[in-house]
Design a protein around this ligand. Sequence first.
Ligand SMILES: Cc1ncc(COP(=O)(O)O)c(C=O)c1O
Length: 475
Amino acid sequence: MTDTLYRQLANELIADIESGRWQSYSRLPSIRELAKSRNVSINTVIKALHFLEAKGFVTVKHKSGYYVSSQSRTAVVRPPDTRSTSPLKPVEVTLPKLFQDIMVRGAAFDILPSAERSTPSNNLIILNRHIGRATRQQSNIKANYYDNPLGDETLRQQISLQYRERYLRLDPDEICITSGCQNAIFMALMSTCQPGDNVAVESPAFYGVLQLLESLGLNIIEIPSHPDSGIDVEALTAAARRWSIKALVITPSFATPSGACIPRDNCQQIIEIANQKDIVIIEDDIYGELGFQSQLSPIKSLDSDNRVILCGSFSKCLSRDLRIGWIIGGQWHTKIIQLKLVTLLASNQAQQQGLASYLAEGCFRRHLISFRQTLQLQRDQLIDTLNQYWPDSIRYHIPEGGLAIWVQLPAHINTANWYFDLIDQGITLTPGMLFSAENQFKNYLRLSFNRPIIPARKNAIRKLAKMFEMSKFKS
Ligand SMILES: Cc1ncc(COP(=O)(O)O)c(C=O)c1O
């Protein structure tokens, strides 16, 4: 086999992909079929496919074959332009009422909450069986005492084992169980910041963090973030030079809403800036388990100064209703435990034990394997729906994990203006303005693929597209 032969075949296959002969996500013919139809050896085909994989044109799925990867759509799908137009400076956080409304509805990850099925999934039945068993077996002693504020030891061991798979070694005693990730971020900010301190966030940022900053009287510095590489390290460096920054809140794996992952080199640079400028890093790892192909190691694994506070929860990868999360407090561990003690006293013991046995028996691992596949499929369905109904003028980035797509509409549109009209029709929008305290991203929308794109949801998306096309929006 000569080198030119496999490159020639690779170029032919790239041309086929780019011409649309093979669409994104479609399966390529088998190696044997390709060898036969192109009249080349099996080895030449394999080498050409490896070349395409390295270039990001195809991805391989175990026992299934080669698929045209989503990145090959970049000719059609341009990533949203998330460069910030506002100068980087600390500002006080005063948020509009819409933030409260959407959080109370708690349906921000489903465009059509009424389409939700009422029957529990098999996985939920299994989880509840474990929790039910732990509840039934609870002794009087347990019921008459609060748990250790750190939380159930077996659960902490299981969380530690889970992180080991992502190359982070944690002693279970470094972990404290919380009531979800929002509670963990709250404790991290409370333990490290004073009112009036400056906190840097990636922009667009999770609206729950913006609300915490407002409630705690903290100033925000919004650092631009790009869907391909997350927070802009140069902009962060410049801001840290100019301003005193107490804490940085980042989501290195599949940030919401951008879907961005921070490359390892950038994580290293962020740690270096934090070490130099004495910045606390609050890592929100809530989507850490939701990569379709691979799970990234948390930034905490690079933490030489023990200055990263790692926060996570089971809300996005298992159940929001569990209200079980964790915090690894680093230097602030003792202060955080004290804060948990005085604010929560303890977490529910039977629920933690049930969850721990669900994890220990491998149910979570099995659930994650199928959940990631389901999410990937639902992402593809959402993209197909967007391509079918929405005009070319929208831009979006295709995330390789997480729960949502960040969509940019033409500049004159304010997506928040659609919110209340659509609520009356049972449609819940997540407008872009929710992701900034500085009035950015008005023409953006977060669309989730957390639920299957069944016809009713497809219809809701079509309705949005129609409103958009007919300019029935107020701007
Ligand atoms: C990025 C991010 N962090 C934290 C939270 C809060 O999670 P929990 O339900 O565990 O409190 C959410 C929920 O939407 C989120 O998207």
